[in-house]
Design a protein around this ligand. Structure first.
Ligand code: NAP
Ligand code: ZN
Ligand code: ZN
Length: 348
């Protein structure tokens, strides 16, 4: 067993604190990864505070992991010692159901092993995530990352990147499409960069007037303040796709009404309370409201390669682990510019 240093949540209310535990020795197909950086996703905060119910403690959060391969099991074929690699939200799945067979492991019909706050395929051993010094993962759930961009800026692609890339691709966003991105945080800023790279005309919709300059710098063609009722009223029926990344409860009707005929609004954010959804805004222009969960392993690799070839990485604020609770507080205020990333060296 491998002694591992980490930070964990011990209950839903207290600050995170130091935690020591053991990773398994790498099996035949496992890769031992020395973690260099781990992004801080709003899902970490939701789960640390048990906002989705069912959280178990101690919990080592973190599913935007990048590092270097330190050791490989005897039957590993895809990776060698020293390779730059990433791990996202899943570390295993059933591998045999129709979804897994199509590379859509995130929609596994069997047992899916989320990177933390989940269990290994034995359904008993608790998984611990990337707020730690190292991780052992089956090579089939490990991704190759580019050395072209700094690794701390690559880490957020493992969740924020794939979570926005997948729906933009699934709904066929391409040149000439009008895309609305709701919320400029970790997911939102990746959605802007990726939608722009796909050729879309992008409007960023935010509750924060102070984010206008950043939205335009990130590539958005237009900025719309969500408290500006006039701007909202003049934006009816214009978007092909809206990507909703807001983490707190909010009105959906206003934004659904901004979809044109057959437009789709994709819910990515997971507020802790349900939203009201009347039928009229949907039936009037055959609009849809859909959801999307991260992305499968092949698509995550495709996204990483796409981002590397387009020079896309995250805008990050790198922090030591001791700053994690302050980072969560800023996240709650919508004050993330645009992803906190933990420097794992601060855990040693
Ligand atoms: P984040 O960095 O905190 O960004 C959320 C943004 O929502 C904020 O920056 C803010 O943008 C906006 N917002 C509007 N009203 C808010 C309010 N009352 N309180 C806080 N923020 C408000 O979060 P994230 O990491 O991008 O994650 C966003 C959501 O997606 C979370 O619910 C997360 O759990 C979920 N998520 C889902 C998936 C999936 O697979 N579907 C994957 C990862 C994360 P403005 O200031 O621009 O308004
Ligand atoms: Zn995430
Ligand atoms: Zn499966």
């Amino acid at each position: 067993m491998i002694d591992t240093k980490a930070y964990a949540a011990f209950n839903a209310k207290s600050p995170l604190g130091p935690f020591a535990f053991q990773r398994r020795e790498p099996g035949d197909h496992d890769v031992l990864i020395k973690i260099h950086y781990c992004g801080v996703c709003h899902s970490d905060l939701h789960q640390v505070r048990n906002e989705w119910a069912g959280s178990t403690y101690p919990m080592v959060p973190g599913h935007e992991i990048v590092g270097k391969v330190h050791r490989v099991g005897p039957k590993v074929t895809k990776f060698a010692i020293g390779d730059a690699v990433g791990v996202g939200c899943m570390v295993d799945s059933c591998r045999t159901c129709p979804s897994c067979s199509k590379g859509l492991e995130q929609y596994c019909d069997g047992h899916i092993s989320f990177t933390y706050n989940g269990t290994e395929p034995d359904k008993k051993t608790v998984t611990h995530g990337g707020y730690s010094t190292q991780i052992v993962v089956d090579e089939n759930y490990v991704l190759r990352v580019s050395n072209k961009e700094p690794l701390d800026q690559v880490a957020p692609l493992l969740c924020a990147g794939i979570t926005t890339y997948s729906p933009l691709r699934h709904w066929g966003v391409t040149k000439g499409h009008r895309v609305g991105v709701l919320g400029l945080g970790g997911l939102g800023h990746m959605a802007v960069k990726i939608a722009v790279a796909l050729g879309a005309e992008v409007t960023l919709m935010s509750s924060s007037p102070s984010k206008k300059a950043d939205a335009l710098r990130l590539g958005a063609h237009e900025f719309l303040l969500t408290s500006d009722s006039h701007a909202l009223a003049t934006s009816q029926s214009r978007f092909d796709v809206i990507v909703d990344s807001v983490s707190a409860p909010h009105d959906l009707v206003t934004y659904a009404s901004m979809l044109r005929l057959d437009g789709v609004m994709v819910l990515l954010g997971v507020p802790d309370k349900p939203s009201v959804l009347p039928a009229f805004p949907l039936i009037m222009r055959r609009r849809s409201i859909a959801g999307s969960l991260i992305g499968g392993i092949p698509e995550t690799q495709e996204m990483l390669d796409f981002c590397a070839s387009h020079g896309i990485a995250a805008d990050v604020e790198t922090i030591p682990i001791t700053a994690i609770d302050g980072a969560y507080e800023r996240m709650l205020r919508g004050d993330v510019r645009y992803r906190f990333v933990i420097d794992a060296a601060s855990l040693d």
